[in-house]
Design a protein around this ligand. Structure first.
Ligand code: SIN
Length: 278
């Protein structure tokens, strides 16, 4: 298999493998690239839903999305579908998947079925670098802090109402998971690489533990900006048949909402993660 880094900071493309028929050796090579680069983009795949699930399951148990309905017959697969007339796509705004849950997703595997002729890329940012490039004093302070995560702003915004009513391309089911608040360390240690990563995101992190949202905002805003600096990023330009997998424990991502007037269809499976620890 051929591996080509996407930028000097994060992400690699992988060519000449078939994810539907992986030997253990090839899987372990892919897993190594995943841990080294945080994001892998495997080109030219023809994945059935069964093969998509089977590939993701090699990394761990699969999750059902807390809010988005899965496919009939494949509850662990969500269809990320932006119809041509839709204003915004799912996943727009920097985040780490399901950080508002007790055991946020380890990784997400996204398969492109239909892509717009222009736009619709996804950006990723390396959260090891975000942590490492803070000053020693800031790192020391953040090492001792925890933050509160919740889906309540992202999933209770007035713009999401129609999604609960099933009037949109992506439908939400109501869940108390949206309003729950969970506390995670601001800095987490990756269980495989043992590196430390910043673990905050503007979609779901609402304040620091034992501080009000107002008090937390100035430092959070600084860290949100810092954590997605351009020099920590890579950009995935989708092709039909591309499979991108990212490590939510050390990566933030955002879909770009710049393909107005065009349809975009992906399928996503997420792998269950562990409780974040410092
Ligand atoms: C997501 O946040 O999982 C969606 C990313 C994308 O559609 O590019």
């Amino acid at each position: 298999m051929e591996v080509r880094p996407l930028t000097g900071s994060i992400g690699a493309e992988i060519f000449d493998v078939d994810l539907s028929e992986l030997s253990d050796d090839t899987f372990h090579s892919i897993e190594r690239v995943f841990y080294d680069f945080g994001v892998i983009v495997v080109r030219d795949q023809r994945l059935t839903h069964e093969a998509h699930l089977a590939f993701a399951a090699r990394f761990g148990a699969l999750e059902r999305h807390p809010i988005v309905e899965g496919l009939d017959g494949f509850p662990e697969i969500i269809k990320i579908h932006k119809a041509a007339g839709d204003a915004a796509t799912f996943g727009v705004g920097w985040h780490s998947d399901n950080s508002y849950t007790e055991r946020p997703s380890l990784g997400s595997v996204l398969f492109a079925e239909q892509i717009p002729p222009v736009g619709g890329d996804t950006l990723f940012a390396n959260q090891y670098l975000a942590y490492e490039q803070l000053s020693p004093g800031m790192r020391r302070m953040l090492d001792g802090m925890k933050a509160v995560h919740s889906g309540k702003y992202a999933y209770r915004a007035s713009t999401t109402k129609e999604k609960y009513e099933g009037k949109t391309t992506i439908a939400y089911r109501d869940s108390e998971a949206v309003d729950r608040e969970v506390v995670h360390p601001v800095v987490r240690t990756h269980p495989e690489t043992r590196r430390r990563a910043l673990y905050l995101n503007p979609m779901f992190t609402i304040c620091f533990e034992d501080m009000s949202e107002d008090e937390s905002r100035p430092l959070l805003e600084y860290l949100f900006r810092h954590s997605v600096r351009e020099d920590f990023q890579c950009r995935v330009r989708w092709e039909v048949g591309s499979v991108t997998m990212w490590d939510n424990r050390c990566v933030q991502h955002t879909a770009l909402n710049d393909c107005q007037g065009f349809e975009r269809v992906h399928y996503r499976v997420t792998v269950e993660g562990e409780k974040p620890f410092l």
